[in-house]
Structure formats: structure tokens, C-alpha cells
Design a protein around this ligand. Structure first.
Ligand SMILES: [Fe+2]
Length: 299
């Protein structure tokens, strides 16, 4: 991560914002000088402020047990229990808050979810009426190449929308599909259909206001099976494609190359993320937590 001027939080803890090209804001800041096993309330308040301001935070060189990861995550609110994995397994090490993201197979059994393929752009679980507000990933094993995670700034995408496109987007609602997870797998208990109007899901405004920052942003969720309320399928696809291709331009994106010990925390309300594929014969193990949302996204 290239650095701008660091803002000192207290002592040696600092927020180092990413530097984008002039006029091209990107999400992300690195928090340096902090051991997440030992933060006090003042340090947490500063981290929370930085999270609202920068949307995605990177903490390097951490040494967290699952218990430590859960304790830090709980400072942001109640945690979701991890969804049932594709193989029916649901709990890592007896801790229901930990979701294992991994391609590793041990003794014929996958230890985690989402395989080694690409995970396409998405917001976590936006098909819920109150989607999670934060997610974090902690890197235990990383492959020598690939598996990078990218984040897109949905404030910046909204703010840069051309006037004509913004006018067309105002007041619309998107149906967020609950059929597939980000690895493209059908969620447990769902019978897939090709018609987004028939699929399980939830309507949310296309343009939302962040409840804590007060800033407006695009709220897209996931492209596959998305549908604009009241539109014909072709008409909906055409406008969604136009908005999606605008919103996911490189200038709004930060791509993170993982190191073991990295913890990345993102604001799930105003960012989307995706993952590059990686070699199936290499190992990638991440432990992930998710903080419950408290309210539906609002226009
Ligand atoms: Fe995700």
C-alpha cells in the first residue's frame, strides 16, 4: 500500500491512507503500530473512526487466535454465525462465528468454503433485509501467487456518476438475489431459478445513504440475478450493466496482496469486494468473521 501522510492516533498507532491518483479516491488505509490482541477503548474508537473514514482497513503482522479474532470483531457489534458451507460443515474449531475460507482438502474433506476460483464482485449477504455491516478476513496461509482481494469504493462510484446516469438511477430499487454465494455455489436449501423476479431475495434502494457517515453511495450487491424493480428483464439488465461497468472501474478499486498475519476489515455497506482465482494446488486459508447489520439500507 502506498502511503500518504500518516495521522497519529496515539503513541505509535497510525492511520496511513492509501494514495490514489489525483481526483481518483480509492478506499483503504493501513493501521500501523497496533497489536489487535491488546487495544484499549481509545484505540478502538480511533480504529472505528478510521474504518468509517476509509472503508477498508489493513492491519499487518498480527498474531491472532480465533478467540482473539472474535474478541476484536465483537467490538463492532454482535456477530453472525457462519453460513453452512457447501459441504454441509458449519463450524471451525467449535466456534460458530468463524467462517473458514479455504481451498484446502484434508483427509478428503474440504476445511472451508469458496474453493480456488474467482469470487466475483459482491457485497456480503445483501439479500438480507439488514445485511451485515462489517466483515473481516485474517490470513493464516496464502498462496505464492493469486488470490488477491479487491475492494471498490461505492461512495466514489456514486459521486462520479455522470448526471444522466444518476438521474436514471435515482429512486430505483434493486432485487438482491439470495440464490448463490460469492463462489457461485447455490446456497443450502435454495432451488435455483433463472428468473430473478421469482428468486428469493430482497429489494433495496439503488442509491443509499450510509447510516454513520451520512454519505450517499451506490448499493449494488451482486450482478448475477439482480433485477430493477418494475423493469422488463432486458431493460433491467441493460441499465444494471451500464451502472456496474461504471462502478467497477479500476480508479475506484484497491487490490490487496495478502501476507500471512494480515487482517483486513471492510465496511460492507459502502464497498464491494472480489477475489482473484489462484492455483488449486496451493493452499489459502483465511478465517473470517461478520458483524450483524442493525437496519436495512436506506435511500
Ligand atoms: Fe464476500
Amino acid at each position: 500500500m502506498s502511503s500518504q501522510k500518516a495521522q497519529l492516533i496515539d503513541g505509535s498507532v497510525a492511520v496511513v491512507p492509501r494514495r490514489g491518483a489525483p481526483g481518483a479516491p480509492r478506499p483503504g488505509a493501513e493501521i500501523t503500530g497496533v497489536d489487535l490482541r491488546a487495544i484499549d477503548d481509545a484505540a478502538f474508537a480511533a480504529i472505528h473512526r478510521a474504518w468509517i473514514d476509509h472503508q477498508v482497513l489493513l492491519f499487518r503482522d498480527q498474531h491472532l487466535t480465533d478467540h482473539d479474532l472474535i474478541a476484536f470483531s465483537r467490538r463492532f457489534g454482535d456477530l453472525d454465525h457462519a453460513p453452512i458451507q457447501e459441504n454441509g460443515q458449519s463450524i471451525a474449531n467449535g466456534m460458530p462465528e468463524i467462517y473458514v475460507v479455504s481451498n484446502v482438502i484434508e483427509n478428503g474433506v474440504a476445511i472451508g468454503s469458496l474453493g480456488h476460483g474467482e469470487a466475483v464482485w459482491h457485497t456480503d449477504m445483501s439479500y438480507l433485509s439488514a445485511p451485515p455491516k462489517a466483515s473481516m478476513l485474517y490470513a493464516l496461509e496464502v498462496p505464492p501467487a493469486g488470490g488477491d482481494t479487491s475492494f471498490v469504493d461505492m461512495y466514489a462510484a456514486f459521486e462520479a456518476l455522470p448526471d444522466a446516469l444518476r438521474r436514471r438511477a435515482m429512486g430505483l430499487r434493486v432485487k438482491h438475489d439470495g440464490t448463490y454465494n460469492s463462489g457461485g455455489y447455490v446456497r443450502l436449501g435454495v432451488t435455483p431459478t433463472d428468473d430473478p423476479r421469482e428468486a428469493p431475495g430482497t429489494l433495496h434502494p439503488l442509491i443509499c445513504t450510509h447510516p454513520e457517515s451520512g454519505r450517499r453511495m451506490l448499493y449494488l450487491g451482486r450482478r448475477k440475478m439482480a433485477w430493477l424493480e418494475g423493469f422488463g428483464l432486458a431493460e433491467s439488465d441493460a441499465l444494471l450493466d451500464e451502472i456496474w461497468s461504471f462502478a467497477t472501474q479500476k480508479k475506484f478499486v484497491w487490490t490487496h496482496q495478502w501476507r500471512v498475519g494480515d487482517l483486513v476489515l471492510w465496511d460492507n455497506r459502502c464497498t464491494m469486494h472480489r477475489r482473484d482465482p489462484f492455483d488449486a494446488n496451493t493452499r489459502r486459508v483465511m478465517h473470517r468473521t461478520q458483524v450483524k447489520g442493525s437496519a436495512p439500507p436506506m435511500a
